[in-house]
Design a protein around this ligand. Structure first.
Ligand code: MN
Length: 500
């Protein structure tokens, strides 16, 4: 993954001095054991470190300030092994800017029924200590994830792991830079949005660059660098004969390699995490970039077509959650509406990420029919099958909304004349409900598509961001869904006040 931050989660245990130094040492030692066991689990995506046992308002505030200023701290796990009076936490939590997860666990799994005494009872007090913590979190209206169960429970670890993936994507967004070549596809509404509001809410910035700046960078690419990259293509893909070395259209492949090398240099020099292009602004480019964005996506860059910076940023976040695999820019392109089963054919003009390819992609050249440029090079493949989802981030004017539809990717029938990479899926709970719900929610035709990212990760991500998320899945019913949208209109309007 390009530009991935170093991440760690701070495990923080709350208590108080009432218990005396002996039990407090025991509490700290137990908390350290829990943090180390979690960190060592294969279900946990990156490091969890035991940070501190906190027993006073000053210690709590100091730790929250340290977390805010730590570039590596992606979030905190809070656990009240014993009772930690929550007024002590108000000052610290009020300034805490990092996400937190409240782990409601207990050091001992089983109660020692035959020997249990008041010492045991006083040491294993999360049952009420965590309720005291939960009250202040709720009283302060703090977004967080609550995970319940013994820390050795694999289901508990999965819940924590999903949140950690979301927390890392959030950390990655902070200060993240996205490059928009040109502007929006003219007149399109859903790809527009308030970039100032997005920077305030999400922490990433999007700025425009002239496509001429990219063309200038491409001109500096050496023939030798192109030779090397084209040889690399031959190792990785099935290249059609006309594009191979000595083939009649080999120069077009070399030009595509020049686009890739120029783009790569531009993005690296600008420290960008993603970018957009638009076929309506290609001045000085001979081809619409196709294979180049495909390969850059595979390296972890966020991307979307037609100036769609929100989807490019969302895709980057999803790629971080997925650790770089099985995640692509996608568009709901066309439908199969057979009475035997409705399906969506997802694709784009060119730019689908090969991280979702089921087999070795082919490198092909075909006419585009849009944009009036030379025929562009693209990677063509079918996507993998199995559970997947589509996610869309839209700007509602007074807030952002994340829309998620769980789908099942199925084997694509042969499409010998379709010259682009594609995925075929069936929507949950069913095509008609899913599409109606998506449209009622204002979901875009562009999405981040993933076979690795889960609804849980995106829900955790939306909670961290403090934005609305609506999920369309197995249990969605249209009448309830419409009511949820109506309720959310009021809730988010009131909850956010005028700070949007
Ligand atoms: Mn599009």
């Amino acid at each position: 993954m390009k530009n991935l931050p170093t991440s760690e989660i701070w495990f923080v245990c709350g208590s108080q001095h009432l218990y005396g130094p002996g039990p407090l040492a025991q509490v700290a030692d137990n908390a350290k054991q829990v943090a180390e066991a979690l960190s060592g689990s294969k279900r946990i995506p990156y490091k969890i470190i035991f940070k501190a046992l906190l027993t006073t308002p000053d210690e709590i505030t100091k730790t929250c300030i340290e977390a805010n200023s730590s570039p590596t701290c992606a979030g905190l796990i809070l656990w009240m092994h014993t009772f930690s009076p929550s007024k002590m936490w108000i000052r610290g939590l009020d300034i805490l800017k990092k996400p937190f997860l409240h782990l409601h666990t207990q050091f001992n799994r089983d109660l020692p029924w035959g020997t249990i005494d008041m010492d045991f009872m006083n040491l294993n007090q999360a049952a009420h200590g965590d309720r005291e913590a939960g009250f202040i979190h709720t009283r302060m209206r703090l977004g967080r994830k609550v995970v319940v169960g013994h820390w050795s429970d694999s289901e508990v670890q999965d819940r924590i792991g999903a949140w950690m993936s979301a927390a890392r994507a959030w950390q990655d967004w902070q200060g993240g830079k996205f490059c928009r070549f040109g502007d929006n596809m003219r007149q399109v509404a859903v790809t527009e949005g308030d970039k100032v509001a997005a920077e305030m809410k999400f922490g990433f910035s999007t700025n425009g660059y002239g496509v001429g700046d990219l063309v200038a960078k491409m001109k500096t690419v050496s023939d030798k660098a192109i030779d090397t990259l084209v040889a690399d293509y031959a190792d990785q893909y099935a290249i059609v004969k006309e594009l191979r070395k000595g083939g009649s259209r080999h120069d077009a492949l070399r030009y595509s390699a020049r686009i890739e090398l120029g783009l790569r240099a531009f993005l690296e020099e600008g420290d960008f995490k993603g970018f957009t292009t638009t076929f309506e602004d290609l001045h000085g480019l001979e081809q619409l970039p196709g294979m180049a964005p495909q390969r850059l996506m595979a390296d972890g860059y966020g991307f979307a077509g037609e100036g769609d910076w929100k989807t490019a940023a969302l895709l980057r976040a999803m790629k971080v959650m997925a650790d770089g695999v099985g995640t692509s820019f996608m568009e709901d392109y066309t439908y199969h509406l057979s009475p035997k089963g409705h399906q969506v054919l997802g694709a784009h003009m060119l730019e689908i990420c090969p991280s979702i390819a089921a087999a070795k992609p082919a490198v092909e050249i075909h006419a585009l029919g849009i944009g009036g440029k030379a025929d562009p090079i693209r990677l063509v493949f079918d996507a993998t099958t199995g559970p997947a989802l589509n996610a869309s981030l839209v700007d509602m004017g007074n807030r952002f909304r994340l829309i998620v539809n769980e789908v099942t990717a199925v084997k694509a029938p042969k499409m010998p004349k379709l010259p682009v990479a594609r995925a075929v899926w069936e929507c949950k709970p069913d095509f008609k409900t899913a599409c109606a719900a998506w449209i009622y929610a204002g979901g875009a035709h562009h999405t981040g598509y993933s076979t690795v990212v889960t609804s849980e990760m995106l829900e955790d991500f939306a909670t961290i961001a403090g934005i609305e998320m609506v999920r369309i899945g197995e249990d969605t019913k249209i009448s309830d869904f419409k009511q949820t949208l109506r309720n959310n209109e009021i809730y988010y309007h009131l909850a956010q006040g005028i700070r949007v």
